[in-house]
Ligand binder design. Structure first.
Ligand SMILES: [Zn+2]
Length: 795
């Protein structure tokens, strides 16, 4: 239905004539927001450290910190004493005069308290726990890290300053680029009762990540020692020192480095930790060592400590003798460990694509045995298999899941829930939360332990990306797995909330009202939409892997992720980042109405003659022409007479041509009834009217149901909204008669209101007339007319 266009004015005239059947869209004024504009200055410009394509630049640098830690776990007094030597490598182009460290244990300190509590109030009825929460700072008075010494290499004291969870150490000499500095810190802290604190403190921000759990029935402890030693803050090209306080919510920014850690504790404790144990022959019994050797080639988990042995040990008197476990970990950003007399320990290998052996292991008490013995180590192996395929092959020698009734991740070791009932049965929730959290926390080895974003700044970059691959892993583990992330149905309720309850994903983790829905669920669902609906699996998976490859063991920022996905995916996604990551808009695409047309087979449009006249005015002499003429410019046509013809000095405004006339015979050529029947008789034209009620632009997926019961899916790319972000109509031509139309039938786009997605088709079609073509009246051109008038035309 393209009009025969020969001039602008004729075009609008024809449109006017044809309006009822022409593309309405062409007539609508554009309704532009900026949903399709490039992110531009919203992203930092590329530089030599971070390239515009999202990859690390030619001068990319990052700092490194190596740790040598000696510590003693005092299980009598529930205290951890430690001494560490930190070697800090200044690989930046800047000279440093001070260093910043993180003292996360001060999260619980009364004197160095940093808890930015959320607002609270007194209600007409208060529980004891509610009231305790109002006083939480007092309850934790004895906690926090005590820094005993900060010394240089020659034992000279270093000036330092502590502000809640951060400590500045002044360097005795400026640390030039390329230099390293070794210093020592001596400290201790009282270990918190992790479970009691959780019960006491309702505020999530105060949630303890590590501590002990006491089991009154058997009188044993389970220690999870995390965020325990003073750790270097990150100094980076994009923000200098990251000195945001740790409040318990947004996690950490950490450097890569090597660790040598010696842990001394009673010799009846079993230890699991980041890295590889260097002295198993010393700390394990000969039977345990033999089983450890067996586990290296096992195809099912091998129990290195059995349930019977663990049960027997937890009943024994506590030993007073001690043992020292020595662990080494290379190129990790942190070190955590666990210790208990309650542990069953099992292990089996995962072999990487490169043929490297990774020991998948689990540590758990009898309480978790029914679930963990069956699922934990295999869930660890499943995680490594799937994550390795969607990101990079797992680079570390081990991956450990510890049952500690919580969920928290560290390199090569993580803590997860999953206890059974006393009779050995368990609920489906206990089973699935165990498997999901194990996959999630082991998955954190990738995001952010290896692909090492700044968690304290951008929670979505680790929690969201990780929750997304967790979903892919669960989907691969069991097609019927009840996943909490990934599917768009997990996020629609959140995105439908009033705007005052929502923040964009590009919000600091501390400032979120609903941390989980925002950083975890919305990111995972968004990436799933990108993968399944916008980019397609092949394109998405390639780009996601490329992002992971580029930024493994480095510090990516959001721009590096956005750019890598676009660059390796070969697709402009700025509109998606802008909508899903920078706004609180939701998808709500409404199918407002449908018009069904068929061709009028009987009548043809009546032939009409249309004449248009246009006066030709003498053109205005614009500034460029005036100045060129005034200058000494030599005009080619004036220099070369050969180029001069009838039109060179033709001035229509001075001739009869000053009024130009064009005549069109509208609907000049038409079809016979038989021709029409053959061409158009069976065709149905459906004009669908859509509007954007939620703000987000999204592809439109349409499901057609036809009279004969068949269905068809049609996918309209998101660019349909480019010229009008609020509404569009589009015509679909179908050989079959449609009985119903539904949009987003697979719930791919997180549409928050599906009540406007369905539409039955009207019973009777409207009819429109067709014709073959218009025709222009042929006329003499000015040259022909001059000839006819007897004028001599230059040959
Ligand atoms: Zn997480």
């Amino acid at each position: 239905m393209k009009p025969f266009v020969f001039s602008r004015s004729t075009y609008s005239f024809l449109l006017f004539v044809l309006a009822p059947f022409a593309l309405i869209q062409a007539q609508q004024p554009g309704v532009h927001g900026n949903k399709f504009e490039q992110l531009g200055t919203m992203l930092p410009p590329g530089n030599t450290y971070r390239s515009q394509d999202g990859s690390p630049g030619p001068e990319y640098w990052q700092q490194r910190a190596d740790y040598d830690i000696d510590c003693t776990l005092d299980t009598e007094n529930l205290r951890l004493n430690g001494e560490e030597s930190i070697t800090y490598y200044n690989q930046s182009p800047n000279t440093l005069r001070y260093l910043w460290l993180q003292l996360d244990e001060n999260q619980h300190s009364a004197k160095n308290n940093n808890q930015y509590f959320d607002p609270n109030s007194i209600d007409p009825v208060m529980s004891a726990a509610d009231l305790r929460a109002l006083e939480s700072a007092k309850e934790v008075a004895d906690y926090g890290i005590e820094i005993l010494e900060v010394k240089g290499e020659n034992d000279e004291p270093l000036r330092h300053f502590i502000d809640a969870t951060i400590m500045r150490v002044e360097l005795p000499e400026p640390l030039a680029p390329g230099q390293k500095f070794t210093f020592k810190v001596k400290w201790f802290y009282n270990i918190v009762d992790r479970v009691k604190l959780i019960e006491t403190l309702k505020v999530f921000a105060n949630y303890p990540r590590g501590g002990y759990e006491y089991f009154p029935e058997d009188g044993n402890y389970l220690f999870t020692i995390t965020q325990w030693y003073p750790r270097m803050c990150v100094y980076s090209d994009f923000e200098g020192w990251q000195t945001n306080q740790f409040t318990g919510q947004a996690e950490f920014a950490l450097n890569f480095g090597n660790f040598l850690v010696k842990m001394t504790l009673p010799d009846d404790y079993m230890v699991g930790a980041t890295g590889e144990c260097l002295n198993y022959p010393v700390v394990l019994s000969s039977t345990q060592l033999e089983r450890w050797e067996q586990a290296q080639t096992a195809t099912e988990p091998v129990e290195i400590v059995t349930l019977a042995e663990a049960k027997a040990l937890e009943q024994k008197e506590n030993s007073t003798a001690t043992k020292t476990w020595i662990y080494r970990a290379e190129n990790v950003r942190d070190f955590a460990w666990t210790a208990s007399r309650k542990f069953v320990w099992d292990a089996m290998p995962h072999i990487t694509e490169a043929g490297k052996r990774v020991m998948c292991m689990s540590y758990y008490g009898k309480e978790a045995y029914p679930i963990y013995n069956r699922y934990s180590t295999k869930a660890v192996a499943q995680t490594l298999r799937t994550y390795s395929r969607y990101s990079i092959p797992y680079p570390y020698p081990s991956a450990i899941s510890v049952e500690a009734a919580n969920g928290m991740e560290y390199p090569m070791i993580c803590f997860n829930p999953g206890r059974a009932e006393k009779d050995g049965t368990y609920t489906p929730q206990a089973k699935h939360s165990a498997i999901s959290v194990i996959i999630h926390e082991v998955g954190h080895n990738y995001f952010p332990m290896i692909i090492n974003s700044d968690e304290r700044q951008w929670t979505w970059m680790d929690e969201g990306l990780n929750s997304f691959v967790q979903y892919l892993t669960e989907m691969e583990f069991d097609n019927n797995y009840p996943s909490g992330f990934g599917a768009t149905s997990t996020i629609t309720d959140y995105m439908a909330l009033p705007k005052e309850y929502l923040e964009p994903l590009m919000t600091n983790g501390e400032n979120l009202i609903d941390f989980g829905s925002n950083a975890y669920t919305k990111t995972a669902a968004g990436l799933n939409i990108l993968r399944e609906t916008i980019m397609g699996r092949e394109r998405f998976d390639y780009a996601y892997r490329e992002y992971c490859r580029r930024w493994a063991f480095k510090h990516p920022t959001p721009a590096d992720f956005f750019r890598s996905m676009e660059d390796a995916g070969g697709m402009d996604l700025d509109w998606f980042w802008r909508g899903w990551f920078y706004s609180t808009d939701a998808t709500d695409i409404s199918l407002d109405s449908i018009q069904w047309y068929k061709v009028d087979l009987e009548t043809n449009p009546r032939r009409e003659e249309h004449t248009m006249t246009q006066k030709v005015e003498e053109p205005f002499l614009d500034i460029t022409r005036r100045r060129n003429r005034a200058s000494d410019m030599e005009f080619t046509v004036e220099q070369d007479e050969e180029l001069q013809d009838f039109y060179t000095n033709y001035k229509p405004w001075e001739t009869v041509d000053s009024v130009q006339e064009t005549t069109t015979y509208l609907y000049d050529q038409t079809f016979t009834e038989a021709e029409k029947e053959e061409r158009y008789g069976g065709k149905n034209y459906y004009q669908l009217f859509f509007s954007n009620k939620g703000g987000l632009v999204m592809p439109v997926i349409i499901e057609w149901t036809f009279e004969d019961g068949t269905t068809e899916i049609e996918r309209i790319p998101v660019q349909i909204w480019r010229k009008n972000e609020e509404a569009f109509s589009r015509v679909f031509v179908k050989d079959k008669v449609a009985t119903a139309i539904r949009i987003d039938p697979f719930k791919e786009t997180a549409d928050i209101d599906e009540s406007n997605n369905n539409w039955p088709v009207r019973e009777m079609p409207s009819r429109f007339q067709v014709f073959k073509a218009h025709k222009m009246k042929e006329k003499l051109n000015p040259m022909q007319r001059a000839k006819k008038d007897g004028k001599v035309i230059k040959p």
